[in-house]
Design a protein around this ligand. Structure first.
Ligand SMILES: *Cc1c(COP(=O)(O)O)cnc(C)c1O
Length: 398
């Protein structure tokens, strides 16, 4: 018997579940792109985006995904031949570095592996060694979605200040925005990249680059920025099309407007608190399963874990088998192991991930955990008893 009928559920770390309100907001006729509602709603949309990012700075919108935002962030701030320091804690740190290299930017890589956050001392040492200030930007991933590590971005700023280094601090919040607490201005972040399809609960297709006045000054020193990636017309548009370098992503904007309204109604502090509680429920379940058998949280220290995604090791090929069973029998799609390959397991089949970003509540999460529990039992994978109960207790606590 399959329990996969009914509405399917996507528990992968992006794209995330889309609220019905967002879907309904997009279900409309093509709007006028020269005047009227769509044009009028832009200033507030940008202001609300900046509110979620906790910045009084600027937001450029690109029709693109997270990779587009990576590209745009570098195109405006770092020239070919210049250097960036990349702090990698999983696959996505390397991804941003590859975009930089392809632009002819020199990458100095500090790789902290796939199970640990950035080590502030190593960053400080690298910055102090750069006496000529050749490093123009430090690139850090707030949450690396492959390892599910959470990095202390404010701590990176503190080390940059301690070293007296003038580089820009750029953060990738594509996974974490509106899930894990992030304070762009208070934490001294100069450039931040995000996308529409994770914590912002909107279909993939919009990339965002947030930047402050320090980054604006750096942009002025860049002699040539390709027209499409240039953030200047997008943030100082004289005509509506300049927000987007062309035709507006009409329906995405309506969806995003609705998502921002939902976040505002709940309040960003409450959104973070909800993700905190739900993440703790996931961890409680995973720790209970892991008390017996092979399942382990990839990040052992809870203080270093993301509230948006949880990466789990279970041994090859059980991660893949579990995902397949849970999708076929429960209607729940879990995230693949990503970037965790070894020679022995080149496709990371010994890992899987639970996405808990964005539009998520208690019953959805308990459904996902119950589905995993069923999968562990059906596949005879040893596991501790009482995991769903442990999660329920976390959700039940005052
Ligand atoms: C999803 C993600 C990306 C890539 O975004 P795409 O939209 O797939 O290009 C980059 N960084 C992080 C941390 C992500 O979670």
């Amino acid at each position: 018997m399959s329990g996969a009928g009914g509405r399917p559920y996507l528990a992968i770390p992006g794209p995330s579940v889309m609220p019905d309100r967002v879907l309904r907001a997009m279900n409309r006729a093509s709007p006028n792109i020269y005047a009227g509602e769509l044009v009028d709603m832009m200033p507030k949309l940008v202001a609300d985006l900046c509110g979620v990012a906790r910045t009084k700075g600027h937001a450029a919108i690109y029709i693109g995904n997270g990779h587009a935002a990576w590209e745009a962030s570098l195109a405006n701030t770092v020239q070919p031949g210049e250097k960036v320091l990349v702090l990698a804690t999983g696959r996505f740190g390397h991804g941003w570095a590859e975009v930089a290299e392809a632009r002819g930017i020199e990458v100095q890589m500090l790789d902290f592996g796939r199970q640990a956050p950035v080590d502030a001392q190593a960053v400080e040492d690298a910055l102090r060694a750069d006496k000529a200030h050749e490093i123009k930007a430090v690139l850090v991933t707030h949450v690396d979605t492959s390892s599910s590590v959470l990095n202390d971005v404010a701590g990176v700023r503190a080390t940059m200040d301690a070293a007296g280094h003038p580089a820009l601090l750029a953060a990738d919040c594509i996974a974490s925005l509106a899930c894990d607490r992030f304070e762009m201005d208070a934490w001294g972040v100069d450039v931040m990249v995000a996308g529409s399809q994770k914590g912002l609960m909107t279909p993939p297709g919009l990339g965002f680059v947030f930047f402050n006045d320090k980054a604006t000054d750096v942009r002025r020193t860049v002699p040539r920025v390709s027209r499409y990636w240039d953030w200047v017309p997008r943030t100082e548009p004289e005509l509506f099309y300049q927000y987007f370098g062309g035709t507006a992503p009409t329906h995405h904007l309506y969806g995003l407007r609705e998502a921002l309204d939902m976040l505002a109604e709940e309040g960003i502090e409450a959104v973070w608190a909800r993700h905190e509680r739900l993440a703790r429920a996931v961890w409680a379940a995973c720790e209970t399963w892991g008390a017996k058998g092979p399942l382990r949280l990839n990040i052992a220290d809870a203080a270093q874990r993301s509230r948006a995604v949880t990466s789990l090791a279970i041994g090859k090929p059980l991660g893949e088998e579990l995902r397949q069973w849970v999708e076929a029998h429960m209607g729940v799609t879990l995230g693949i192991g990503l970037g965790m390959q070894t020679e022995d397991d080149p496709r990371s089949t010994g890992y899987f991930r639970i996405g808990h970003m964005g539009h998520l509540n208690g019953h959805a999460l308990l459904g996902v955990l119950g589905a995993v529990e069923a999968g562990l039992s059906a596949l005879n994978i040893a596991h501790g008893d009482g995991a769903v109960q442990a999660a329920a207790q976390v959700l039940a606590a005052p």
